[in-house]
Design a protein around this ligand. Structure first.
Ligand code: NAI
Length: 674
């Protein structure tokens, strides 16, 4: 039989070397599984077989592009079993990431050798699955039930050192792995009992219940974490009975709505980054951030963490000092959270300065402003920057709502101007909206993406509209929530319905958390251009007028006791809402939680579809990624566009039509819904 090109077998003396070469991550695609099956046959007669991978990693998982189709032969559990049962025992020689199917293969080998820095995990949970080739059955037998729960239920990655300590690997090999394997084999220990035949190590029953409670609390509606726990507990039964049950459940879960949504999320994240390749990016090493308030300090921190030199420019010396303190605190917090060493923090702060002098911006390759949300203030900032900064330097705005074309009006070199819209807190939130103007050059767009990648963010390209992709969707969502308030729901009911749907918070709790003023100012700005036919519910304005700005002042849509973030229903606010409805001649009616979430989802999908139709977002994936990474949309729902797709655009269209009929003149329906 000819050798497969993805798996090759060579011999040196009595050692057979089995090498997988399936870039980029040596996934267990059909060709690899078939190649391994053949390799097991070919290595017979050798004293020992070494299984290793070319490229940057050991097998790092399954090939998810195959998961929508019925599984093709040979099946991974069978291949894994062949490796475990092979008369010629296998040594797994590992580097990079040993994940999912890769970890399952490794556990079937008689011995495991890993390079320092190798990571081990079962990330199936993150795509709504359980392992399907014995992962949940071998892992607790190999390292014990408790660490196995952490790995399978939360997707925790174990380092080589931890694996060695837990007895999951035999050796961490410094230097050349092949030499290490040869040395190991020269003094080969007795073949250990196959992992699947080992007895389960004892564990206390209470531990399972404690873990179950923790996992349930963290899962927020996602089912895979508990599915993994249940699968692990199958290991109380003999392997031969339990593994087929694991496999069957794995295949069922592949067809589940949650797994499809999570796989969609995974592919959508990859898809949005393709916009990065429209040109070669510039390498940015130094940046200036004008305005070191909430956002500016976060952006400066994100830049510093990504290795840039950063100058923050503030209004005066005192403001510069305050900004410097904010940045130092944010940079320092990485140390407290165990995310950076003392040396790293010192290095970051060594690349940072704050000043009131624009001349300090002179050498920067990129300038971003995060000053007040006021077009004239922003214009003045760029006017001053233009006099000191290189004519080619990239100029960026972090505006939430203003039109970048107005902000950059009159600036030389409009091709270097771009919006880089961060989300608060800017050093934490994953999303970056890259807002292009009609003149922004491909090189500058690509540089935005490259910078996003260096900051480990997920960047999404957006065109210009009020609020760009994310905040425009948020505005539609809030508007419908306000119509629900006006027509009969109360804030706590809407919030509870959205939490039940899977959002980390409902719209009113969220407003209280972030503060009501920015949106208020924005509504005032839009007042003149708002379509008079559009229904307008001024309840939020009334709250703001009575200085109920949210948690920070102890009252907003809810009441807050001093120092507490727990929202307490406020009868005064509820009475205010009811009075307003009454005065507006509305007969209030009740809304079931499912109706509330279905309406808010319909509005999001409609707005998302319009955003795509207008060319603001490149496609549905972009909209979904923005909502998941900027607004806490539950990943296991896949984003509003995927949700509409999965539940049927027809249903969305019907709900949207009803919403629109109830509030005539208030909604524009996407063409897709017609
Ligand atoms: P902030 O009020 O916390 O910070 C603004 C800072 O700019 C202040 O420190 C102020 O002293 C400084 N500043 C004002 N004029 C200046 C000038 N001419 N030169 C130098 N510094 C000046 O405001 P925040 O929340 O950080 O917002 C800043 C910008 O970021 C706004 O455009 C806002 O729309 C946008 N943004 C805000 C988000 C948020 O969640 N707060 C999210 C995303 C964007």
């Amino acid at each position: 039989m000819p050798q497969s090109s993805t798996v090759t077998v060579t011999r040196t003396d009595d050692i057979a070397w089995v090498t997988i070469d399936n870039p980029p991550v040596n996934a267990t695609s059909t060709a690899v599984r078939a190649g391994l099956e053949q390799a097991v046959a070919e290595v017979q007669g050798a004293r020992v077989a070494v299984l290793r991978c070319d490229g940057r990693t050991f097998v790092a998982g399954g090939d998810m592009s195959e998961f929508d189709d019925p599984p093709a032969e040979p099946h991974l559990p069978d291949v894994v079993q062949m490796i475990e049962d092979s008369p010629t025992p296998f040594v797994a020689l590992m580097h990079g990431s040993v994940l999912g199917g890769g970890f399952e293969i490794a556990m079937a080998c008689a011995w495991r050798i890993a390079a320092p820095g190798t990571g081990f995990g079962l990330p199936e949970v993150s795509v709504g699955l359980i392992p399907g080739a014995g992962g949940t059955q071998r892992l607790p037998r190999l390292i014990g039930m408790e660490p196995a729960i952490d790995v399978a239920c939360s997707g925790k990655i174990l380092g080589a050192e931890q694996m060695l300590e837990l007895g999951g690997i035999d050796l961490i090999a410094e230097g050349d792995l092949d030499i290490a394997a040869t040395e190991f084999i020269a003094d080969l220990p007795d073949r250990p009992l196959a992992v699947s035949r080992r007895p389960l190590m004892a564990f206390p029953a209470e531990m399972i219940e404690t873990k179950r409670t923790e996992i349930t609390a963290r899962a927020r509606g996602q089912t895979a974490p508990l599915e993994n726990l249940d699968a692990l507990l199958l290991a109380l039964r003999p392997y031969a009975v339990a593994q087929p049950l694991e496999r069957a459940r794995h295949l069922e879960l592949r067809r589940s709505a949650q797994s499809r949504a999570l796989r969609h999320a995974f592919f959508a994240e990859r898809a949005v980054s393709r916009s990065a390749s429209i040109a070669l990016p510039r390498d940015i090493r130094s940046a200036v951030v004008v305005g070191g308030g909430l956002m500016g300090a976060g952006i400066a921190t994100a830049f510093l963490t990504a290795g840039l030199s950063v100058t923050v420019i503030e209004r005066d010396g005192e403001a510069a000092q305050a900004a410097a303190l904010r940045v130092a605190n944010l940079v320092g917090s990485a140390l407290k959270r165990g995310k950076a060493s003392e040396a790293q923090v010192a290095d970051r702060l060594g690349r940072f300065q704050a000043s009131a002098e624009y001349s300090k911006a002179a050498g920067a390759e990129l300038a971003i402003e995060a000053v007040f949300e006021d077009v004239s203030v922003k214009q003045e900032v760029f006017g001053r920057l233009a006099t000191v900064i290189a004519p080619s330097a990239i100029l960026a705005t972090n505006t939430s709502y203003l039109d970048p074309r107005d902000i950059f009006a009159g600036i030389d070199g409009p091709e270097r101007c771009i919006g880089l819209h961060f989300f608060s807190p800017a050093h934490v939130m994953k999303l970056l909206e890259i807002v292009k103007t009609p003149q922004t050059s491909p090189e500058v767009i690509a540089t935005g993406f490259a910078l996003g990648k260096r900051m480990r963010k997920i960047s999404v390209l957006s065109g210009i509209c009020d609020g760009f992709i994310g905040n425009r969707m948020l505005a539609a969502y809030r508007r419908e929530a306000d119509y629900l308030l006006a027509d009969g729901a109360l804030p706590y009911q809407i919030d509870a319905a959205m939490r039940a749907f899977g959002m980390p918070m409902g719209p009113y709790e969220l407003q209280d958390l972030t503060g009501l003023q920015i949106a208020w100012a924005n509504r005032q700005r839009q007042a003149e251009t708002r379509d008079p036919a559009e229904r307008y519910v001024p309840i939020a304005d009334q709250l703001c007028a009575s200085e109920r700005f949210g948690q920070r002042v102890g009252r907003g849509w809810y009441l807050y006791e001093s120092g507490s973030r727990r929202a307490i229903r406020d009868t005064a606010v509820e009475a205010m809402i009811e009075t307003w409805s009454h005065e507006a001649g509305i007969t209030r009616r009740s809304f079931a939680p499912d109706e509330i979430s279905a309406r808010l989802m319909a509005v999001l999908a409609n707005e998302g579809a319009r955003i795509v139709e207008e060319g603001i977002a490149e496609n549905d994936d972009a909209v979904d990624v923005v909502k998941m990474h900027g607004y806490g949309f539950p990943r296991w729902r896949g984003g509003p566009m995927h949700h509409a797709q999965a539940t049927g655009w027809g249903a969305t269209a019907r709900i949207m039509q009803q919403i629109s009929n109830e509030s005539p003149g208030s909604w524009k329906l996407a063409r897709r819904l017609a």
